[in-house]
Design a protein around this ligand. Structure first.
Ligand code: SF4
Length: 682
């Protein structure tokens, strides 16, 4: 049996592992790859369970009345093509759309964007990364001229002497990454965690700041205010490497510490200590994640932390800077290659004439044939059955993961035709007219781009089951039936992706499968095969027109929904260590469900006492949009005005607010108003 070096199917760390087929099953062993250095979390260790899982989809399914029945590929594909042609002839090209995912390989993300814009000639495409990274990406693009989650290798984190983690919980989300924080701490580094809960990450930190969800921007502006007043601003850096500081300084004038303490609940002494550490115990870095970004002001919140990092002169210096911790397996690559509503491969803008001309030439079409930007993820879902009438969903379980999920479920049912490609019958697939069984991570070739911007190879360790196809094969076959030939070979698609991305922000032109293999991954931008790749960005300037980073003034806005008498608490959602995303895969892994059989609503004992709730009671959470029943877990590590619910099961997103950030179109997952009551009979 041949051993194959590959990577974990789940999160953006993309830990290295080795798979060896055996009888029965597959042996999975951790591998000494630069990011995980031999470590794996429980999800990674148990990932081989997915490969021969009894729930695996092994043949296409088509709708028959209220159920689904087995079908041949020909019948399933015929039905899809018939639905596409009928809808487009009756309602126009944009009536057929696709919803992609940040778990798709680079090749698939690229092929899906091309399929929609060239074979379908439709503008209707977006993906679940809109619900994940879009706020930080928008802020980084407009401020630094480029969005690469971490603009430095993860190993730099171990060298930083102060790390401010905002809304990030790597101890639960990606445990092997903690070795870098732990190494830093052993060398005297101080870590400050901003989170309304005392997470496992916060528990080990030097300082834990517990702001009210939705006030992270005010906190950042308050920190910058203190930095200005106490003379910590790096004036030389600001003058030489940034623009816009005066406007930012003016915007933070009114964020005096006493006011910020009132707004956020974080004591002034902790604010001052945070600034002192960031400014005087360097090198220092600021890392944000979804807790800060998934808000109706998420872009401005990420910008506020960028402003702070720039004012302190952190960005572009060794073991220092600003970064955002990408979550999904290919959250980074998934947003670079054209499955986003407004983007073309190479992180090019779809409304940029030069970008359109370049990509159209690679695709062999006239630039005028390319559709314009489409709608963002939630906006598209909100109009299913109206503007979009046929939807193809790949690698996404929107029935569970989209905000305001009750409405999204209704809208999915309003569609004329729903196609879902997946490895399991997800909650979304259950609603489909056609379900396509697709190959999974260890059964196909492809590349992923991890949270550091390191392009890595996922390799095929075993063949897919006989009647299962890869997403690339499905897209190529649908294209052929619609009149256009496309390759289904990952290597051929990657070669085309290299040409399409050449000269763009995310330039893969110099990256080959062989180099990835030989060099343990290659960091973009890498414009030529003799270019070493770029592990660290910004050492010599920023890819903005002026070469300087833009500081942009931002001010606090209350969350789109505030607590009131009817809904007196703030709900915030997040992750558990044992689960990944909507749980479509990890909820089927026995060892993970034994460790955590059900979701728990975390609440403070004071709040619980007010409502007669004991640990383990079933509670009902209600928002203006829906209700969810969960078992209570009491913890004095959460704010007494806040309730936490994990999003890996159906329920939490029935409550969440789809109010969108005006810049990134990110929904407000991390703060909405809820009421709670105890279901004693549970
Ligand atoms: Fe997989 Fe992420 Fe766990 Fe690593 S940290 S084993 S990539 S889920």
């Amino acid at each position: 049996m041949t051993a194959t070096d590959t990577h974990c199917p789940y999160c953006a760390l993309q830990c290295g592992m080795t798979l060896t087929p055996q009888v029965p099953g597959v042996k999975l062993e951790p591998r000494d790859f630069p990011v995980n250095k031999g470590g794996l979390c429980a999800k990674g260790f148990t990932a081989a369970d997915l490969l021969d899982h009894r729930d695996r989809l092994l043949t296409p399914l088509v709708r028959k009345g209220n159920g689904l029945r087995e079908a041949t590929w020909d019948e399933a594909l015929d039905r899809i093509v018939e639905a596409i042609t009928h809808s487009q002839s009756r309602y126009g090209r944009d009536s057929v759309g696709a919803f992609g995912g940040g778990g798709l390989t680079n090749e698939k993300a690229y092929a899906l964007g091309k399929f929609v814009r060239v074979s379908l000639k439709s503008a209707s495409i977006d993906y679940n990364g809109r619900f994940c990274m879009s706020s930080a990406a928008t802020a980084a693009n407009r401020s630094l001229g480029v969005d690469r989650g971490l603009p430095f290798p993860l190993e730099d984190v171990a060298q930083a002497k102060t790390v401010l983690l905002v809304g990030a919980n790597p101890a639960d989300a990606m445990p092997p990454s903690m070795q870098y924080l732990d190494a830093g701490r052993e060398n005297g580094a101080r870590h400050i965690v901003v989170d309304p809960r005392r997470t496992n990450t916060a528990a080990g930190a030097h300082l834990h700041l517990q702001p009210l969800p939705g006030t992270d921007l005010a906190l950042a502006n308050g920190l910058l205010h203190i930095a200005v007043r106490e003379g910590y601003v790096d004036e030389d850096y600001v003058r030489e490497r940034t623009t816009g500081f005066e406007a930012v300084r003016t915007a933070t004038n009114s964020y005096w510490p006493e006011r910020v303490e009132r707004m956020t609940g974080v004591p002034e002494t902790r604010l001052r200590e945070t600034v002192r550490l960031l400014a005087t115990q360097g090198p220092a870095m600021i890392l944000t994640a979804r807790g800060a970004e998934q808000h109706s002001n998420g872009t401005d919140t990420a910008q506020a932390y960028l402003n702070l990092a720039l004012a302190l002169g952190l960005v572009g210096k060794p073991f220092s800077g600003y970064g955002t911790i990408t979550g999904q397996g290919n959250g980074q690559g998934g947003r670079e290659h054209g499955q986003k509503a407004d983007q073309l491969p190479g992180y090019r803008k779809l409304d940029d004439p030069a970008a359109r001309a370049h990509v159209a030439e690679v695709w062999g079409i006239d630039p005028d044939e390319l559709p314009g930007p489409g709608q963002s993820a939630y906006e598209m879902l909100d109009q299913l059955g109206e503007k979009v009438r046929v939807l193809m969903v790949l690698a996404s379980n929107i029935a569970v993961s989209a905000p305001n999920s009750n409405r999204v479920l209704r809208k999915l049912k309003d569609l004329d035709f729903l196609v879902v490609s997946d490895i399991f019958l997800s909650e979304t697939a259950e609603l489909a007219d056609v379900v396509l069984p697709t190959a999974q991570w260890a059964e196909e070739e492809g590349t992923m781009t991890n949270l550091e911007g390191r392009v890595i190879r996922r390799k095929r360790a075993l063949p897919p089951p006989p009647d299962v196809r890869t997403d690339l094969e499905v897209l190529a076959e649908l294209s052929r039936r619609l009149g256009r030939e496309e390759s289904s070979d990952p290597r051929t698609v990657f070669e085309e992706l290299r040409r399409a991305s050449a000269g763009g922000i995310a330039d893969y032109a110099g990256i080959t499968y062989e180099r990835i293999e030989a060099e343990d991954g290659v960091f973009w931008p890498c414009p030529a095969e003799d270019h070493p790749g770029t592990p660290r960005l910004f050492a010599d300037g920023f890819p903005t027109p002026s070469g300087k980073a833009r500081m942009i003034p931002v001010v606090h806005r209350d969350p789109a929904e505030m607590p009131d008498r009817q809904f007196p608490y703030v709900l915030t959602t997040g992750r558990n260590m044992q689960q990944y995303q909507s749980g479509n895969q990890t909820r089927r892994v026995k060892a993970l469900t034994v460790a955590l059989p059900e979701p728990r609503a975390e609440l403070h004992p004071d709040l619980a006492r007010r409502h007669g709730i004991a640990d383990g009671d079933l509670v009902e959470l209600r928002s203006r949009r829906g209700a969810a029943v969960l078992r209570a877990r009491l913890s004095d590590g959460i704010r007494p005005d806040t309730v936490f619910a994990p999003f890996h099961w159906p329920g939490a997103n029935a409550l969440t607010n789809p109010a969108l950030d005006p810049h990134s179109r990110m929904p407000a997952f991390k703060a909405c108003a809820v009421a709670i009551s105890c279901l004693k009979d549970g």
